[in-house]
Design a protein around this ligand. Structure first.
Ligand SMILES: [Zn+2]
Length: 637
């Protein structure tokens, strides 16, 4: 290898290693295929490094000037290779701690120069190469070791004295399988092998065949789960008009929907459990609406809400690739999206959860887990890439045309959505399997209540809808709900309609902890429901702004077996027979006028009776105070 090629390779390896190391140390998640990321980053960095080195060497041709390489230690050239990268990075440093990786980089480069000057001019460059390779290995180690966001949040003080769980006073593990549709699980009749573990779990649990969420998106649904109140009462929901806060303002996602957090006065399951002496912990994969700003952390002694990977911490090479428009290519986009997805993977949730549980095996606890593997973006890893036909590929759905109803979704578009979604569900199921293998080995399941529930579904083209938060069709509000009592050995099935508002009354009963009163559901095993079964989704501003024609309105659904009445705020009314037509394909509103009238009256009665309890306006002062607290905790910049 010629000396010049050797110098260039060394400079490139070092620059790449340093780039990736700084990114990892700043909180960029090297979640998938770190080696591929390093290779792509190196190729792109060459676009910066090669011209820089060329310019340094070209100084030899200036008449009367010996050239920069003759004047300074040759290894300084490596500084030059790093300089444009550092220059691109330095503007992004926003806190003292982010300077640390840059100082490490500078120290490594200084070491290279020092080694060369000690050996004298003309010495072989072996030392430089060794340092470069060492830095490369360090970068890979960073990639493998650093990317577990939230680990630092588990450094809470060791637990003091607390009660012990018994079959009569059990623990609780409450699991939300975010975005998981009931009808895409084997236990609910789906033919594909998406849920072998849940199917097995169902043999020792009670399966609620017709379970409804309280809404079709994350925050109001989780708040119902935690408070036992309908969204109309707990108020953690979309805000009409002024007030609230959006994910954009919180520096999280590009979502402009304005949202009111759960009130600090709300009585939550975690508060009740903590009051009863249980250790309370939550590991949330969802770093958007389970972010602590939205108030679902109330009552949890440990609450992990990961920051998600920030694009500002992206390695410089990848940033350059985006500027060059390379994200048009699926392979590159996959690499970027895989590393920057805004949630924890199931394997990461498991590691954090088991770390928390390991210290509490002999104590009484309430552990809440939220898994996001079924949520988009679906970037399958490893063997999941080829599990179903189109599972490894870009979504390729004409979202604008479909949302504007310019045309219906095509069968091949729909099939692709289903394939990609099913892979997410299957990987979620495998992660649950891993978790429960350990719980069984720890002998926890004979003194623990386990409840697994979805927070909402996902439209895969039904009614020409995509994703969730669109409205209240079954694809978005029918969720899996499985409950296993301590030591339960036989499976049961309940086909009557139940609602997420029923979960809290059931759990306080089973745990024997305080019932706060005023709950709006019934226990899952009883009857005597105080209110009808109502699901509500507000006007989701993000959709309303982009697609006003169908989304600038709110949606209610009222269920009375076998009927579902759907009423939109613009006056549209639909009626479906959920037993005969679970996919809601035949709108019977025109044929069953009497039912429509009765159910509409019932809905009006519900609106009359169920009053907002915690839906106070969010003032600018309150927002500023919250932002100040979040900034102090390092969440905002
Ligand atoms: Zn969700």
């Amino acid at each position: 290898m010629s000396r010049r090629a050797f110098a260039l390779t060394t400079a490139l390896v070092l620059a790449t290693a340093l780039d990736v190391m700084v990114a990892a140390a700043s909180g960029y998640n090297l979640r998938m295929e770190p080696l591929r990321l390093v290779a792509v980053d190196a190729a792109l960095l060459a676009l910066l490094v090669v011209p820089t080195l060329g310019a340094v060497h070209a100084t030899r041709w200036i008449p009367g000037f010996p050239g920069l390489t003759a004047l300074v230690p040759r290894a300084s050239v490596l500084f030059a290779a790093w300089a444009p990268i550092l220059a691109l990075r330095v503007g992004r440093v926003s806190s003292a701690s982010e300077l640390a990786p840059h100082l490490i980089v500078t120290a490594i480069l200084a070491l290279v120069v020092f080694l060369e000057t000690r050996r004298g001019p003309g010495a072989p460059r072996r030392a430089e190469a060794l340092v470069a390779i060492g830095a490369g290995l360090l970068a890979i180690a960073c990639g493998l070791a650093v990317p577990l966001p939230g680990r630092w949040m588990l450094t809470e003080p060791p637990p003091g004295s607390a009660s012990h769980a018994t079959p009569a006073q059990p623990n609780l593990i409450l699991i939300v399988v975010d975005t998981t549709r009931a009808d895409h699980l084997g236990v609910y009749g789906y033919p594909r092998p998406t849920s072998p573990w849940l199917d097995y779990f169902a043999q020792q649990a009670t399966v609620f065949e017709q379970a409804l969420s309280s809404s079709s998106w994350t925050l109001p649904a989780h708040a119902t789960l935690f408070t036992g109140l309908f969204p109309r009462s707990h108020g953690a929901d979309l805000v009409e008009g002024e007030g609230g806060m959006s994910l954009v303002e919180l520096g999280r996602l590009d979502d402009t929907a304005r949202v009111r957090p759960l009130s600090p006065d709300a009585v939550t399951l975690a508060k009740l459990a903590a009051k009863a002496g249980m250790d309370t912990g939550a590991i949330c994969a969802n770093s958007a609406y389970l972010f602590r700003y939205f108030g679902l952390d109330q009552g949890f002694q440990t609450y992990v809400d990961p920051p998600g990977s920030r694009p500002s911490h992206r390695p410089v090479g990848l940033g350059l690739g985006i500027r060059l428009g390379m994200d048009r290519f699926w392979g590159f986009r996959r690499l970027i999206e895989g590393n920057e997805r805004f949630y924890l993977l199931g394997s990461e949730v498991n590691r954090l959860a088991l770390h928390w549980l390991d210290r509490r095996r002999d104590r009484r606890f309430f552990l809440f887990l939220n898994y996001m593997d079924a949520h988009e973006p679906h970037i399958p890893i490893g063997r999941y890439r080829w599990l179903f036909p189109a599972s490894d590929g870009p979504p390729k759905v004409a979202e604008r045309a479909i949302r504007d109803r310019q045309r219906a979704i095509l069968p091949e578009e729909q099939q692709r959505l289903v394939d990609v979604y099913d892979v997410g569900v299957r990987s979620l199921d495998d992660h649950l399997h891993d978790l429960f293998d350990r719980l069984a080995a720890w002998d926890l399941l004979d003194r623990t209540v386990v409840l697994i529930v979805g927070d909402h579904g996902e439209s895969l083209g039904e009614h020409n809808e995509l994703g969730h938060a669109n409205g209240v069709y079954a694809s978005e509000v029918r969720v899996p709900l499985l409950l296993r009592l301590p030591g339960q050995r036989d499976g049961k099935r309940v086909s009557r309609l139940v609602h997420m508002v029923d979960v809290l009354p059931t759990l306080v009963d089973l745990l024997g902890i305080e019932n706060p009163g005023g709950l709006q559901g019934a226990t899952l095993f009883g009857d005597g429901r105080p209110y009808p079964l109502v699901v509500y989704t507000g006007r989701y501003q993000y959709l309303a702004e982009h697609y006003p024609r169908y989304y600038d309105r709110t949606h209610y659904a009222l269920y009375r077996d076998p009927w579902t009445l759907i009423r939109h705020s613009d006056g549209d009314v639909e009626l479906y027979d959920i037993r005969a037509d679970p996919e809601e394909k035949r709108n019977l509103a025109g044929e069953h006028v009497r039912e429509v009238t009765e159910l509409t009256q019932e809905l009006e009665g519900f609106e009359e009776k169920v009053k907002p309890e915690f839906a106070a306006p969010v003032t600018a002062d309150a927002n500023e105070e919250v932002q100040r607290r979040l900034r102090a905790l390092g969440y905002l910049q």
